[in-house]
Design a protein around this ligand. Structure first.
Ligand code: KDG
Length: 335
């Protein structure tokens, strides 16, 4: 074979390769960002979602995942979704409240007695109606995933009663009800984005924080916090959401692929999250002083935060609170 022919053949091969690679490239890209790290049940559930979407769209959609606030904090990412410069995120309900007021209802303390009662309400008419309301804000609510029951940690003292919380500087999510609840317990709460939390605890800017067991363990909070208590004061849902600007560009069949994957991943997420939170509590017992409250001790916390219901009744809407409580009762009556 002469030299020229070899060069021509190589060029042709290169062209074929370039063409086939570019024709394989996805038409749509979903950049999904979260605040938790890549060991969290939330990230693992996003990986599950990614696999489903990429496979069921025959490669037309590619999903890129970003953890540890690499794309910003919850509020910043929601704003990026509104502008159409990011496609997906999965915040807790607390930071969603400034966008859609009704989301405040889910962060009322001691609202959901069990995981299953929460599933029932979130997947029922009240939860689904709130997801729909996100659309007016340029956000598409795809499904409620789970963050979990939030537990207090701190570096100052063991906590068995609201009195033990007196004056404690507690970081909360950026939500007025969380602040109010901790004030009622006598603490000195400070709202802060999740990404700033570890160093704030390390530097003593705050004494404590509250998050599910999985987060406390996997984000290494135990390195800077000595004490934890199973306050379980709030059940924290996650909302998997998408930029409406992006969603509207997808053809109908691909919108369905995304919606189906969000639902399938929801079941996976709830299952592994519950397993992980239970398992990490056991691991935390090895590295922290863990206080498990008696039902009487827990009732004292519940009583302390009760005024929050009245304080926020007008702001949230008495009807909405009643609807959620009625659904919880309906669920319990079926058990
Ligand atoms: O990925 C989710 C986090 O960004 C955040 O919502 C976690 O519960 C959380 C917190 O305390 O901010």
């Amino acid at each position: 074979m002469n030299k020229k022919l070899i060069i021509n053949l190589s060029l042709a091969l290169l062209l074929v390769l370039t063409f086939s690679v570019s024709s394989m490239a996805a038409e749509y890209t979903i950049n999904a960002g979260i605040g938790l790290n890549d060991k969290s049940a939330q990230y693992e559930s996003l990986e599950f979602f990614k696999e489903l979407v990429e496979e069921n769209s025959d490669g037309q959609i590619e999903v890129n995942l970003y953890h540890s606030s690499q794309l910003g904090d919850d509020r910043e990412m929601m704003e990026a979704l509104q502008m159409g410069v990011q496609e997906m995120t999965c915040p807790s309900t607390a930071p969603i409240a400034p966008f859609v007021n009704g989301f405040k209802v889910f962060d009322l303390p001691f609202l959901f007695p069990t995981h299953e009662a929460a599933d029932y309400v979130l997947d029922g008419p009240v939860g689904q109606d709130l997801l729909k309301q996100l659309e007016d804000e340029g956000l598409v609510g795809l499904a409620f995933w789970e963050n979990g029951y939030r537990q207090l940690t701190n570096s100052r003292n063991a906590v068995e009663s609201p009195e033990d919380v007196e004056g404690l500087k507690v970081r909360t999510m950026e939500n007025p009800m969380h602040l109010a609840a901790w004030r009622e317990m006598g603490a000195n709460p400070t709202p802060m984005a999740f990404g700033e939390l570890f160093s704030a605890m390390q530097q003593g800017v705050v004494d404590g924080q509250e998050n599910p067991w999985g987060t406390i363990y996997l984000q290494n909070f135990y390195e800077v916090q000595e004490y934890t208590t199973d306050t379980g004061h709030v059940y924290s849902p996650f909302v998997l959401m998408m930029s409406k600007k992006f969603y509207d560009k997808l053809p109908g069949d691909l919108q369905q692929v995304v919606r189906d994957a969000a639902q399938e991943a929801k079941h996976h997420n709830r299952r592994i999250n519950r397993e992980m939170n239970a398992a990490y509590l056991e691991d935390l017992k090895e590295v922290m002083t863990v206080t498990i409250l008696t039902p009487e001790q827990k009732a004292a916390f519940q009583e302390a935060v009760q005024p929050v219901y009245e304080q926020f009744e007008d702001e949230i809407g008495a009807e909405l609170i009643k609807d959620v409580q009625a659904q919880v009762e309906e669920f319990q009556a079926q058990q």
